[in-house]
Write a protein that binds this ligand. Structure first.
Ligand code: CA
Ligand code: CA
Ligand code: CA
Ligand code: CA
Length: 330
């Protein structure tokens, strides 16, 4: 899993590389290039790849290889067995930056490029599509554009987003590259997971796509899959997903995207720089959101505390928003 460089790690590497003096020749210094310029090159490389390579599928196994015989091998671009689709996406990498020993904030990667992500649909999947901040369980195989395998995980692994600083929070699942993560939202989970007698698992009707990821949505200047500015191909099977309440304030993260635009980082009711889905006191009135959405009922003579369902959270008297977002009451 260490090949899945987190952006955080890339920044750390870039900083440490930038700090190195010339005598430290064991650290290769990769110049940071303009993202739009790199992407214009990557788009050409990926489209050339799709036109000069073919896919062969036997059972669950696929082979990606360069075309040597145009009479028998049809390019990924021209073949009709699987649908080659594309979607325009932006980089949505947010990385934790330590404020001090106990707190951190998120910084957005500055990247205005609109990327075309090509992907081949091997199987759409029968379950549900995740949102970008869901945790997902995927198995995968990563290839370079020269069809060299650089990473593989057959059994699968949970990944999560956004990353949290190591050491500051309990150990959590790794965070994958933006292109991989956004690709998982383009398919659906398995309908059923069956444990076989030998201990392995069968995933029924799991989503499976092959994503052709520009370097700007992959490792960019990182050299962990070989050269810097390498595009990556990922054959991804989406097994399962888990919706989260990132800040554990009782409001599922999906309900903390107030403007409903799918970007969970641009909703910050109290303007303190911590987005609502990571903010335990969303309106900064000094009362935890969790406490504000708690009510008491008496069951069998005993007072029991319960959390309102999201839709049932009341407003302040005369207010127009739910009370945990209104600092005039609690
Ligand atoms: Ca929450
Ligand atoms: Ca906030
Ligand atoms: Ca919150
Ligand atoms: Ca509050």
């Amino acid at each position: 899993m260490n090949r899945f460089f987190k952006l955080f790690a890339i920044i750390a590497l870039a900083v440490s590389a930038a700090n190195c003096k010339k005598s430290d020749d064991d650290v290769a210094i990769v110049p940071i290039r303009d993202r739009a310029e790199v992407y214009s090159e990557d788009k050409v490389k990926i489209e050339e790849y799709l036109k000069n390579n073919y896919i062969k599928v036997v059972g669950d196994d696929i082979t990606l290889d360069s075309i040597t015989d145009k009479n028998t091998q049809v390019s990924i671009w021209d073949q009709k067995q699987f649908e080659l689709k594309s979607v325009k996406i932006k980089n949505e990498n947010w990385s934790p930056i330590l404020v001090n020993n106990t707190t951190f904030k998120y910084a957005k990667l500055i990247d205005d490029v609109e990327y075309t992500l090509y992907y081949l649909v091997l199987n759409e999947g029968g379950g549900e599509s995740p949102i970008t901040i869901d945790s997902t369980y995927t198995s995968y195989k990563g290839y370079t554009l020269k069809n060299k395998v650089f990473d593989v995980n057959h059994s699968g692994i949970w990944s999560t987003f956004p990353a949290v600083p190591q050491g500051l929070m309990p150990a959590v699942a790794p965070t994958f590259i933006s292109g991989f993560r956004q690709a998982t939202t383009l398919m659906k989970t398995a309908t059923n997971i069956i444990q076989n007698p030998d201990g392995t698992f069968t995933y029924e009707n799991a989503g499976r796509i092959i994503a052709f990821i520009p370097s700007g949505l992959a490792y960019f200047s990182g050299t962990n899959i070989g050269e810097a500015y390498s595009c990556a191909i990922f054959d991804i099977t989406l097994v399962s997903k888990q919706s989260r309440d990132h800040d554990r304030d009782g409001i599922p993260s999906i309900h903390e995207d107030l403007n409903g635009n799918g970007d969970y980082f641009d909703d910050d009711t109290d303007g303190d720089g911590v987005p609502n889905f990571m903010d335990v006191d969303d309106d900064a009135d000094g009362h935890l959101t969790r406490d504000e959405i708690t009510y008491e009922v008496i069951e069998n003579g005993v007072t029991v505390k319960k959390l309102y369902e999201f839709s049932a959270i009341p407003s302040c008297p005369g207010g127009s928003v739910k009370k945990h977002l209104d600092n005039t009451c609690h």
